[in-house]
Design a protein around this ligand. Structure first.
Ligand code: ADP
Ligand code: DP6
Ligand code: CO
Length: 356
């Protein structure tokens, strides 16, 4: 008897231009385009195994060892349904292929980092889910085509189908067919950029990204200004900075956009606070570090950014990493780093990841 099973991993991606707001909550179509950096597979990632078998009675999913309900019409169900639809196309073209689309699937996924803590677990999670089903079903789909489906699991997940620097084009079609991820530049274009992950708290966040951004869309006037007047220009400018390997511009825009995203959260009614005092002191530290460099005629040396949680991601050229890590340890002595297999620092409270 044949076993139909496949495993795939996907890394997290951390946005420089933040996605925050949906114009269609069912299809997950955003109110603005966004741009992110996908981290190294070897650091924060989801690993997902999918198996199809005629004896399975229904689709089931286990996340970190605990079974999650697959709600009818929900995001998990939509992704699985869409992947089965693509599998049916393969079966229709090649009648000798086993009819896996008619079997239920069992899916088991694990994150090697805190889930729902603002470190983009929904991004790596849904990207790994779609990738494992694509491998199981032997789909000929491109990353952009798969991103259309992972987007319907979690918006940010569409960007984790690519490594390196990735844009999610918001699109304009009502059916979402032009709202997918594209590569801006591969990691190899600018391997000098590294990401340092500072885990301030691994607690599950109080307000999920989904409900937080919905409340923002309903109540924040600042969001309307952001999506019309700010993001389009930033998308263009940061893409150009990436292509030109201009860290100064990349860093400036990344920090501005993180700040505006958190301002929009504060502008929401009732307000949402994702950062805490430690997050804010890391901002102060990076600001001071950059100020000293600029005052001495240099350029920006690091950029902080925060997703919907208190944890900092610091982007920096490799030459500055050691200095940044020792600065953080000096101010946050409770963060005891150790050497990870890549010669960088990582542990529960302070980690470091090379970009892809
Ligand atoms: P985060 O900041 O971690 O992305 P979100 O609130 O956006 O937090 O999403 C967290 C949710 O994403 C989880 O509660 C779970 O439903 C889903 N998720 C996280 N990891 C996985 C995974 N590996 N496979 C499937 N779904 C996942
Ligand atoms: C702050 O993709 O997690 O990380 O589409 O509702 O699942 P849903 O939300 P999600 O939101 C991510 C928000 C963000 C910014 C970003 O990743 O662009
Ligand atoms: Co998320």
């Amino acid at each position: 008897m044949s076993v139909y099973q496949a495993t795939a991993s996907a890394p997290v991606n951390i946005a420089c231009i933040k996605y925050w707001g949906k114009r269609d909550t069912k299809l997950i179509l955003p109110t603005n385009s966004s741009l992110s950096v996908t981290l190294d597979q070897d650091h924060l990632r989801s690993t997902t195994t999918s198996r199809a078998d005629p004896s399975f009675e229904k689709d089931r999913l286990w996340l970190n060892g605990k079974e999650e309900e697959i709600k009818e019409g929900g995001r998990l169900a939509t992704c699985i349904k869409e992947m089965k639809r693509l599998r049916r196309e393969v079966e229709e073209k090649s009648p000798s292929e086993p009819k896996l689309s008619s079997f239920a699937v069992h899916i088991a996924s694990r994150n090697n980092f805190p889930t729902a803590a603002g470190l983009a677990s929904s991004a790596s999670g849904f990207a790994a889910l779609v990738s494992s089903l694509a491998a199981l079903y032997k789909l000929p789909a491109t990353p952009s085509e798969l991103s259309l489906i992972s987007r319907q699991g979690s918006g940010s997940a569409c960007r984790s189908l690519f490594g390196g620097f990735v844009a999610w084009e918001m699109g304009s079609a009502a059916d979402g067919s032009d709202s997918y991820a594209v590569e801006v530049a591969p990691q190899s274009h600018w391997p000098d950029i590294h990401a340092l992950i500072c885990v301030v708290s691994d607690d599950k966040k109080g307000t999920s990204s989904t409900s937080g951004m919905q409340r923002t869309v309903e109540t924040s006037p600042l969001l309307q200004h952001r999506i019309k007047n700010v993001v389009p220009e930033r998308m263009k400018a940061i893409s150009e900075a990436i292509l030109a390997k201009d860290f100064d511009t990349f860093a400036r825009i990344t920090m501005q956009d993180s700040n505006q995203f958190h301002a929009v959260c504060l502008d929401t009614d009732p307000p949402i606070f994702y950062m805490n005092d430690v997050s804010r002191s890391i901002i102060a530290l990076v600001t001071e570090y950059n100020r000293v460099s600029v005052e001495n005629g240099g350029k920006l040396k690091a950029a902080y950014t925060y997703d919907a949680g208190p944890n900092a991601v610091i982007y920096a050229p490799k030459e500055n990493l050691k200095e940044i890590v020792s600065m953080i340890i000096r101010y946050f002595p409770q963060a005891e780093p150790f050497k990870d297999p890549f010669g960088l620092f990582a542990n529960e409270s302070l980690g470091s990841g090379r970009v892809v």
